[in-house]
Design a protein around this ligand. Structure first.
Ligand code: NAP
Length: 303
């Protein structure tokens, strides 16, 4: 089976990109879209982010066989309540939220008796809003599908096929495991970036203009992540609290070990650690998850 009518709720970076990608790679699929912000709806219509931009969430989902909620994770419950009662029988509800256990709980509560198959495309940028969307966002990126136990496998396959058609590679895991994996690969790095950029901007002996001037030393790579949407990331930390705190505890212990190595002059520990981390960078490049060129291909090092 496949989905013929897809409703997208929330027309920012993720929702807009799904609409554009569906139009490009699944031209036979009819899309409808809705966003709570009237200005976003108007812009989405201009940009053609969905075939029809509707004036209400209920209108957008009426005929849909797949609804994808693309709102901040803290808004998933409210977005689901708005469509309850307007769904056609058999409609599958999915989402793109960055945490999965809390989203599944919120959707189950708002839409009892509905088929809910959460998903998380691990693809994004630091930009948000309708103008940030683009059709190739999901190319060669992983989309993690987290079906609750007992979900009809044919529906999971149909959702996998949808994401594959948009260019994504699909993995299936439990919501709990997803939250642990993403806590270390995404949520903790964002927390570290938000912290270090805040620390640098609060320093007294090094001026802010010096921090900006010499940022190519590494700082600017953190600033890209720390420029990510505040609403989205506030919600991610509040909704994946336990896994983030667990990983943060581990991180703090490891940081203390490196701090000690620096203090006591233990160069071997530092060297061994940095050798291990360099190998991880190589694996990421080998798997095509980043640009192998120096400095992420920015070109500063080219002759
Ligand atoms: P975004 O660009 O800010 O778009 C979200 C849109 O949803 C906004 O226009 C927002 O309007 C609207 N909205 C909020 N509540 C709503 C509701 N109840 N009904 C309808 N629309 C509503 O955010 P995004 O980056 O696309 O992120 C969307 C989701 O994708 C989040 O759950 C996030 O965790 C996940 N995600 C993001 C990334 C990333 O890199 N950005 C990657 C993977 C997954 P207002 O601005 O007026 O609230």
């Amino acid at each position: 089976m496949s989905f013929d009518k897809v409703a997208i709720i929330g027309l920012g970076l993720l929702g807009g990109s799904i609409g554009l990608a569906t139009a490009r790679y699944l031209p036979g699929v009819v899309t409808t879209g809705y966003d709570a912000d009237p200005a976003v709806r108007a812009r989405a219509a201009e940009l053609g982010l969905a075939g029809t931009i509707c004036a209400s969430a209920a209108d957008a989902v009426t005929d849909a066989d797949l609804v994808i909620l693309c709102v901040p994770v803290g808004a998933m419950g409210d977005a689901a309540i708005e469509i309850a009662g307007a769904l056609r029988p058999g409609c599958v509800i999915s989402d793109v939220g960055s945490s999965k256990q809390s989203v599944l709980a919120a959707l189950n509560k708002a839409l009892p008796g509905t088929t809910i198959i959460p998903a998380h495309p691990v693809a994004g940028t630091e930009h948000s809003g309708p103008d940030a969307g683009f059709a190739s966002l999901f190319h060669s990126r992983w989309c993690i599908i987290t079906p609750p136990e007992g979900t009809d496998s044919a529906l999971v396959d149909a959702l996998s096929a949808f994401w594959s058609a948009l260019g994504a590679k699909v993995d299936v895991m439990s919501p709990r495991h997803h939250d642990l994996v993403l806590a270390v690969t995404s949520h903790l790095p964002h927390l570290i970036a938000y912290t270090i950029v805040g620390t640098a901007s609060d320093l007294e002996e090094v001026t802010r203009s010096e921090v900006i001037k010499y940022s190519a030393g590494g700082f600017r790579d953190f600033t890209r992540i720390a420029a990510s949407d505040p609403t989205m990331w506030r919600d991610v930390f509040l909704n994946n609290k336990e896994a983030v705190l667990q990983m943060l505890q581990r991180f703090t212990e490891d940081l203390t070990a490196l701090q000690r190595a620096i203090r006591v002059g233990d160069g071997d520990t530092l060297f061994d650690h940095f050798t291990r981390t360099r190998a991880i960078r190589r694996s990421i490049i080998d798997e095509g998850q980043d640009d192998a060129r120096p400095d992420f291909g920015r070109g500063d090092h080219e002759d």
